[in-house]
Ligand binder design. Structure first.
Ligand SMILES: [Zn+2]
Length: 118
């Protein structure tokens, strides 16, 4: 994860989605049915109320050792359906958006939360 408050660095397997979000793509382990394929990722959003400065959760769109909940519409630019909502305590329901066209499209903008913790 980037430093709290810091810029999001470009990394292999990372897509910077904008709106304080990025996703680190996850290849399936070598033993699963989709060995080596990208089957999902961890979506992170800026969360100054956490020590790390970030909050994240997994999304999966192909089978592996996990439940598939999203549908991959496009790998590049990344587009998954349905929307993604963070359910962690501090921001439950407030961090909600679409990943379409390789961008985070907020449904529930949370800039007011960021400002409250600035
Ligand atoms: Zn969160």
């Amino acid at each position: 994860m980037p430093a709290p408050g810091g810029a999001i660095q470009d990394e292999p397997n990372r897509i910077i989605l904008g709106e304080h979000h990025y996703i680190d793509l996850m290849p399936e382990s070598d033993s699963g049915p989709n060995a080596g394929q990208v089957v999902g990722g961890v979506v992170y959003h800026r969360a100054p109320w956490n020590e790390s400065g970030w909050c994240g959760g997994s999304v999966f769109w192909a089978a592996g050792e996990h439940r598939v909940t999203w549908e991959l519409h496009s790998r590049d630019p990344l587009h998954i359906e349905p929307s993604v909502r963070c359910t962690h305590d501090q921001d439950s329901g407030l961090v909600h958006g679409w990943i379409r066209g390789g961008r985070w499209e907020p449904i529930a903008p949370y800039h007011h939360l960021l400002e409250a913790h600035a």
